[in-house]
Design a protein around this ligand. Structure first.
Ligand code: AHZ
Length: 312
């Protein structure tokens, strides 16, 4: 059979016919007890290189015009992507994640502990994903945070209309003038400026390496609270004078923080929806520490907000 690409469609291969031979197995059972005679099918290094680079550059070309860009693939950004990918297979959605490994802070439950706590009613999101949990009354516990994150990630990556560009940082926002009666300098966000994260980290000691761009009428920013990379878009809104100042994330209060983040998830300036802990920096909301229900449901609401804006 011809090889298939990630979208499940058949693609032409450059592999010369004379290299295609032996070593095919219909199932793992075909290999059992036959390891002495085992051999992989032949390959040439350039085929590996081209198999990767051709797809990557085709994706860069394709997603240079996206419908929605999600900045940050933490628990909120991935939850947003899941909802959008499921609801709207017709939309082209790019996720830009600065880290090599997507998932943000959601690989552990808190500190170095494995279990992840979600307060009800966020259990419905786990049920939607098919992630098992222990029911402890008002909250549920997933046995390992990585089970939540890897399940969510695997579903997001399987959507044919979603492309994750990891190890890629958003360095700036694209803006277009959108003056209003009260603010002649108002803009709308119209895409993102990107660079490979390793390049972004070396602007101080390398000569100028200019960035790349993705045009999109709608950007959803979920870059987490302030830190080396976090709260990226909302800090930029302040420096470009589209927000007067940030409220600044307040201390931890589990009782109030999660409701505030979910309720506050919204389009903060035209074309930019903000969700997850990045929002706490805008609104001066408390942090919640190691409970993740608000991240999942802020993602659900961010997707709903994005589709409302999209349809306007
Ligand atoms: O790498 C970042 C992380 O994976 C990524 N990111 C940040 N800046 C970026 C940029 N370009 C591209 N400029 C960028 N990617 O954004 C992701 C944010 O994930 P996160 O897990 O930090 O944020 P979240 O809001 O999805 O989840 C927050 C989880 C927290 S923090 C917290 C507390 O401190 O009390 N409690 C919870 C539940």
């Amino acid at each position: 059979a011809a090889p298939v690409n990630g979208n499940g469609t058949y693609v032409k291969t450059d592999m010369p016919v004379k290299l295609q031979a032996k070593g095919n197995a219909a199932s793992l059972a075909d290999m059992e007890g036959k390891w002495d005679a085992f051999t992989f099918n032949p390959i040439r290094e350039s085929q590996v290189s081209r198999a990767m680079t051709r797809r990557y550059f085709a994706d860069l070309d394709n997603y240079a015009e996206s419908d929605i860009v999600i900045v940050g693939a933490g628990s909120c950004g991935l939850s947003t992507a899941y909802m959008l990918g499921k609801a709207r297979p017709d939309l082209k959605i790019a996720i830009i994640e600065a880290g090599v490994s997507p998932g943000g802070g959601a690989w552990l439950g808190g500190q170095l502990f494995s279990a992840m706590v979600m307060r009800k009613p966020a259990d419905v999101f786990l049920a939607e994903l098919g992630v098992p949990y222990d029911d402890e009354g008002d909250f549920v516990v997933v046995k390992h945070a990585a089970l939540f994150t890897s399940t969510l990630l695997s579903k997001v990556l399987a959507f044919p209309n979603i492309k994750l560009f990891n190890a890629t940082a958003v360095e700036d926002l694209i803006t277009r003038p959108a003056p209003t009666a009260s603010d002649p300098h108002a803009v709308r966000i119209a895409g993102v400026v990107t660079n490979w994260t390793l390049v972004s980290m070396h602007h101080d000691d390398q000569s100028c390496m200019d960035p790349n761009t993705i045009n999109a009428p709608l950007v959803i920013s979920t870059t987490g609270h302030d830190g080396p990379f976090g709260a990226f878009s909302v800090k930029r809104l302040v420096s470009m004078q589209q927000l007067e100042k940030l409220g600044g994330m307040r201390g931890l209060d589990m009782r109030t923080a999660e409701d505030a983040i979910v309720k506050g998830t919204r389009e903060v300036v035209p074309g930019l929806v903000v969700g997850g802990m990045e929002l706490s920096e805008v609104d001066g909301a408390n942090r919640m520490g190691p409970t993740f229900g608000a991240m999942a449901l802020s993602g659900v609401k961010a997707a709903e907000e994005a589709l409302r804006v999209w349809e306007e």
